[in-house]
Every structure is written in structure tokens, then in C-alpha cells.
Design a protein around this ligand. Sequence first.
Ligand SMILES: [Zn+2]
Ligand SMILES: [Zn+2]
Length: 241
Amino acid sequence: MIRFHALLDFLFPASCAYCSSPVRESRVPRFCEQCWSDLSPLQGPVCPSCGRAFGSPVALEHSPEHECLACRKDPPRYDQALAAGIFEGPLREAIHVYKYRPLRALGGPLAAWMAEQVRMTVPLDLAMPVPLHRSRLRHRGFNQALLLAQGVCGRFSVPLSFDNLVRTRHTRPQVELSGRERAENVRGAFAVARPGEVQDRKVLLIDDVFTTGATMNECAKVLKDAGAASVTVLTLARTAE
Ligand SMILES: [Zn+2]
Ligand SMILES: [Zn+2]
């Protein structure tokens, strides 16, 4: 049977989801080695609070604590947001295939790539994925943030807590909404089921994509209200804007 599949793969090779070239013996399902090695890491100066990429290093040279205008105007509830990559090119396509095809098998390779890109310098007690609502979990079959969290918490030696941060209601997909609508859409949508477990803990909150940060901000708010000592956000990719 295995031989038969190998023969089929040889005769009809799967094509790369990004560049359409045949995928033979790639480490990663649906992506060729070249595209996978072209995933875009987030490099260069970023806002020390929200992780937004700065166009020039000048601001940080003058003051390493310099935050972007959005963070100074409306400080986020999380302490720091880190992202492994930029949401573009093959990484954007990989996240799309992972979530919407959906292709669960990409979770492991994406988590491994994510952990490789980030230097975690802050102490952590607990890793938590952004939860999915039951209805979306049923539809997708897995929580994409949980698979990423499972992959990275081993690397950072942080225990995983996967059912304490919960979604209390269904929300519209954030991708359909504008910046202001996103914050409104997720307001009051999360809760901490067992506050005692996060009290005085340093939490690592994990999700796939950081766009406006509205979801992470709302999760950080309920974690802080439950007594978390700090909330560090880690996402696989951040939009470039
Ligand atoms: Zn490719
Ligand atoms: Zn910022």
C-alpha cells in the first residue's frame, strides 16, 4: 500500500500551494523546500510594546523604549507582543492553507518555524492559546492556536494551559471587519474559567496572526483582570502595515 502511494506521488506529484512546482520529498506537506525556506521572519526594529515594524531604526536609537504612536495613544493591556514572521508571501499562504483548507499537518512545521525565529527573554509560567468558539472548532476540527502553542511551549519549557481561557460567545471572523469593528466584535467575548491558576502568573498568549491586536488585547484584559502578573503575546505572523 505504501509503495502504491509512493508510485502515485511519483506519477502525480502534489504541487506547492505557493509556487505550484511539484512537491517531492519536502519536509512540509503542500510546500516545496524553496518556499518553506523563504518564509519571511520579522527582522529589524519594532515597537517594544506591540511589535509593529518601524520603517527606520532612528526612533529606537534615541530611546530603546520608544513605542509607536498607537501604543502611546492607547496602551495595550498585554506587556509585549512578539511575532515570528511577516504575514506575506509563502508564510501568508501557509497560514491560509493551515486554517482554511484546513490542513492540520502544517501545525507542527509552523510551530517549529515560529519557535526558531523568536528569542524569548522574559520569564514565563504558563502558555495559553487564544481559544476558538465551539462552533468554529467543530467546523475546522482543531484550534490552530492550540497546535502552535503545543509546538512552542516545549521549546520554551513552559507548561500549556489549554482550557482555562475560554470564549463565552461566538464572534464574527475578525478578517471581515475594520480596525474599530474588531475591538467591538471581541469585547467581552473571553473569560478565565479558573482565575486562581493565572493569579500572579506570567502568561504567554499564543495565536496565529496579529493584525490590529484587538483579540490579543481583549484576552490580555481578562487575564490581567484575573490577576495575571504579565501577558506576553506571541503570534506566528504580523501584518506588515
Ligand atoms: Zn513552492
Ligand atoms: Zn506599538
